[in-house]
Design a protein around this ligand. Structure first.
Ligand code: NAD
Length: 483
């Protein structure tokens, strides 16, 4: 099979020769074969990218000074170019990280153009100035300005959708961006750069510099970056927050999670299974908001364990390019080791394995069987730490109050859900879950509403108007009293 290889870096609106000959090789998690490579950025490439973004932002007649409608026209062309590449984009993500292709088509091919148009429209329809009659006789003119040059750092699990949670509002607001994709998923980022080039994004407005943790840290610390937007692990988020704290640099952090699905005693189990799959095991268990703790009422505990076990055991595990596959491989052998380590810990701590726990019999690839543990409480390691793989824990509770206490007993607070035949009852309980987002009888991130976490899940929000505001700063002009 031919590989996908790039020689240049997208910096300053064109493909530039990288400063060094270092490369990033990408392997398929399904076949374990090499599938492509791109140049690895060095600090000198980051310098060039940030300089290009700075120059584009500071141009007094450039991108940041354009009317939102002018930017919207360019971003609409960008969306159209992405649409033309949607099926190749989905395929590239699937062959790099193992995301089932049907999901990649929705998240990775479908979502980015929607987000570009959503935030462009929001910007076009935002009032330019809020005129406030003052208390001191004058008038205050309050407006939102683009925050500046953005350093955006993204993980490998949902690479394009997460990229556009940042790019779409940042570009619509008038910011310029230096994007650092994760090393595992670079081929999609380069296809995205091809779309940006074809759409005629002005020079320096978007720059793509792949690399690892050191390059990410270098970007975060760069003196010409005005704002950092990060999605990834809590450990990396903490390190980035420390740097940004020292530099007094605004930062948005979307980090890990250990969310709970609370199944109330009147839940309609058979009607819930498809949505419960999406809330708990989507993308091979590699999404930050997944509800990997399933809380079940003691009165129906065995029934829930049987239903969730049957659900997990029924999933078709295999080649993620096959549309029938529900669960593909994990992104890397390192990630599989990590997940298997947690499965071993679950057993060692006395939880009862009801299905999975091993590797499926597939010739190659970093697969783990969908795995369910029962008969454990919320103090077990596998109930407290983020596993980032297809492993669920079913924890019993006595009543709604105890369910809430268990759900809230976590270092994380990103997602969650409540399942019941009574929407009002579920919604009332959902309102008490200490977390950034909670679903009722399903979980999905609607773009109109803010998404993000509290506690170790991060700070700041993406999506909705709040996601646009994250790339703006407030600006006030005080007009003097009349006369
Ligand atoms: P990771 O933190 O190791 O890497 C994420 C990105 O950050 C990569 O691009 C990496 O190169 C970069 N990076 C790592 N350390 C850095 C540092 N010190 N400074 C700057 N950049 C750095 O995360 P991962 O293991 O690749 O991704 C999985 C994690 O991401 C999980 O914990 C998951 O919960 C989290 N995640 C969160 C969300 C969310 O929206 N809350 C979404 C997806 C993934």
């Amino acid at each position: 099979m031919s590989t996908i290889d790039y020689t240049g870096l997208y910096i300053g609106g064109s493909w530039q020769t990288p400063a060094t000959s270092e490369r990033i090789d990408v392997h398929s998690p399904t076949t374990e074969d090499a599938i492509g490579s791109v140049p690895a950025s060095s600090p000198r490439d980051i310098d060039r990218a940030v300089t290009a973004a700075r120059r584009a932002f500071d141009d007094p007649t450039g991108w940041s000074a354009w009317h939102p409608k002018q930017r919207a026209e360019v971003l609409d062309r960008f969306a159209t170019e992405l649409e033309g590449r949607a099926s190749e984009m989905s395929r590239r993500v699937t062959i790099q990280n193992g995301m089932p292709i049907w999901l990649a088509e929705q998240f990775e091919g479908g979502f980015p153009p929607i987000l570009l148009r959503y935030f462009s429209d929001m910007m076009v329809n935002s009032p330019e100035v809020d005129t406030r009659p003052g208390m001191l006789g004058g008038t205050a003119l309050v407006s939102r300005k683009p925050i500046g040059v953005v350093g955006a750092i993204v993980p490998w699990n949902v690479p394009q959708a997460i990229t556009f949670l940042k790019l779409a509002p940042a570009l619509a607001a008038g910011c310029t961006v230096v994007l650092k994709p994760a090393e595992e998923t670079v081929l999609d980022a380069f296809l995205m750069a091809e779309a940006a080039l074809a759409a005629g994004l002005p020079e320096g407005v978007l720059n793509v510099v792949p690399g690892g943790r050191e390059i990410g840290a270098y970007l975060v610390e760069h003196p010409d970056i005005d704002k950092v937007s990060f999605t990834g692990s809590t450990a990396a988020g903490r390190a980035i927050a420390e740097t940004c704290g020292r530099l007094l640099r605004p930062v948005t952090l979307e980090l890990g999670g250990k969310s709970a699905a609370i199944l109330l005693d009147d839940v309609d189990l058979s009607a819930s299974m498809e949505s419960l799959f999406a809330a708990t095991l989507l993308n091979n268990g590699q999404i930050c908001w997944l509800n990997t703790r399933v809380l079940a009422p003691r009165s129906r505990y065995d029934e829930v364990v049987d239903a969730v076990t049957a659900l997990a055991a029924s999933l078709h595990v295999g080649d993620p390019l096959d549309p029938a596959t529900k669960l593909g491989p994990l992104v890397s052998s390192r990630q599989r080791d990590r997940v298997e380590g947690y499965i071993a810990k679950g057993k060692a701590e006395g939880a009862r394995l009801t299905t999975g726990g091993g590797r499926p019999t597939i010739d190659s690839g970093w697969f783990v069987e969908p795995t369910v543990f029962a008969d454990l409480d919320n103090s077990a390691t596998i109930a407290r730490e983020e596993i980032f793989g297809p492993v669920l824990s079913i924890i019993p509770f006595r009543d709604d109050a105890e369910a809430l206490a268990i759900a809230n007993d976590s270092e994380y607070g990103l997602g969650g859900s409540v399942w019941s035949s009574d929407i009002d009852r579920a919604s009332a309980l959902a309102g008490k879950v200490r977390s950034g987002t909670v679903g009722v009888n399903h979980y999905s991130n609607d773009p109109v509403a803010p998404f993000g976490g509290i506690k170790n899940s991060g700070m700041g929000r993406e999506l909705g108007p709040e996601g646009l505001h994250a790339f703006q700063h407030l600006h006030t002009v005080y007009l003097p009293p009349a006369g």
